[in-house]
Design a protein around this ligand. Structure first.
Ligand code: CMC
Length: 391
């Protein structure tokens, strides 16, 4: 059966070659196709970053316009999918609905499931990026009992998503440009993160030749967990539970207590042993959104003070635990008006481009094989079957 390395959690296993994203966890560096995340978040747009991740280079104006138009063409969902939503309970978690609806896409778009055809792979990629805001907004609308809104392709990617989520047919919806910019930036900050659990799931699912819609549904399922994308929801819930700065020491003590399973949500990372560069931009964006909307939230002060106390505590210093992307994102999303249950759905929306870029890279990799880890068997050795009457 051959020798293999036992590596639980794949902490020291490189599963693929990739040209998409580079992380130096000790230095807190994140580059997409070589470009630092801070520069992309401050100066680029999500559409441009999507093009970059998919194609390897930043687009010129003509390429960006064509790409944006192509994505716009695919924003509508098959009308019958609206009926599919109605099969869910109204109180279903949006991520449960997302797993179901995205998994069902391959039942609707048969003409983009042949993974051997580059044209079909491209159309599937565009469809997924284009439809995800519609799917996520519809999950929200279904939960709150408001009518689904069709996409408006005269708006930006982020603006259209905000309108489909918060708009109602009864009155016009004005997209607030500051909120639109913040939304776009949040999408950029979540766009890709090399071989994290959900991306590895997408690659593993795809390695068997499964169609891209099925693979992205698998990624969404993996992302949902609180150790991964579900941490943005868990982090805000935690900050709200803490509620007042005076209660922070109690929670820090709990996070350090090995007999208590509690962890500081939005803190720590498998790869970053330094400040997560996405958290830096996220914290700055909170201030901008609060100023623009003329709002504040005591939870932000709790977050800032929790960060300061943790970063001065030997436990967190020694274990190199810093705030990650999920620590501040919930504060902004909440200020914009999203309920916590939508946070991970937004992460899924934005990560779809990373998943599909990684999936395309895998499919075209000449070294690609089915992903099939081995195991260290620790069960019983061979024994004889005992008939039920003799057990
Ligand atoms: N609070 C308290 N202690 C922690 C935390 C935390 N948030 N994170 C790690 N530790 C401790 C952990 O108990 C362990 O201690 P010891 O060595 O004494 O047993 C040590 O630090 C290393 O932790 P680990 O679980 O072995 O590290 P990992 O690389 O397997 O886990 C992680 C990484 C992100 C799952 C973990 O830090 C965590 O659970 N954080 C909270 C959830 C979270 O914020 N997740 C979002 C990750 S970033 C967004 C994304 O990519 O999805």
């Amino acid at each position: 059966t051959g020798a293999f390395t036992y590596d639980p959690g794949f902490t020291s296993t490189g599963s693929c070659e990739s040209k998409i994203t580079y992380i130096d966890g000790d230095e807190g560096v994140l580059l997409h196709r070589g470009y630092p995340i801070g520069q992309l978040a401050e100066q680029s747009s999500f559409m441009e970053v999507c093009y970059l991740l998919l194609n390897g280079e930043l687009p010129n104006q003509g390429e960006l316009d064509t790409f944006t138009r192509t994505i716009s063409r695919h924003t509508m969902l098959h009308e019958q999918l609206a009926t599919f939503y109605r099969g869910f309970r109204r109180d279903a978690h949006p991520m449960a609905v997302m797993c179901g609806v995205v998994g069902a896409l391959s039942a609707f778009y048969h003409d983009s499931t042949d993974i051997t055809d580059p044209q079909q792979r491209m159309i599937a990629s565009h469809r997924l990026i284009a439809k995800m805001p519609t799917i996520a907004a519809m999950a929200y609308k279904y939960a709150v009992g408001q009518p689904f809104l069709y996409p408006d392709n005269s708006l930006s990617y982020a603006g259209n998503f905000l309108r489909m989520t918060f708009g109602v047919p009864a009155e016009p919806y004005e997209v607030n440009p500051i909120v639109e910019k913040a939304m776009d930036r949040i999408f950029i900050l979540h766009a890709d993160h090399e071989q994290n659990a959900s991306t590895s799931t997408v690659r593993l699912a795809g390695s068997s030749g499964a169609n891209p819609f099925a693979c992205i549904a698998a990624g969404i399922a993996c992302l949902w967990g609180p150790a991964h994308g579900g941490a943005n929801e868990a982090a805000l819930n935690m900050l709200r539970e803490i509620g007042r700065p005076e209660r922070i020491p109690e929670y820090i003590a709990r996070a350090k207590d090995k007999n208590d399973p509690f962890r500081l949500m939005g803190f720590g990372h498998r790869v970053y042993k330094n400040y997560d560069p996405r958290a830096t931009v996220m914290q700055k964006t909170v201030r901008e959104v609060f100023a623009a909307l003329k709002v504040s939230d005591p939870v932000f002060d709790v977050a800032l003070q929790l960060e300061e106390m943790a970063l001065n505590d030997s436990y967190f210093v020694e274990k190199k635990l810093f705030p990650n992307v999920d620590f501040y994102s919930g504060v902004i999303l909440s200020a914009i008006g999203f309920p916590t249950s939508m946070f991970t759905a937004l992460f899924a929306l934005a990560r779809t481009v990373g998943w599909i870029a990684q999936w395309n890279e895998m499919i075209t990799d000449p070294d690609q094989k089915i992903g099939r880890p081995r195991q260290l068997y620790t069960g019983p050795t061979q024994r004889d079957y005992v008939p039920i009457g003799q057990r």
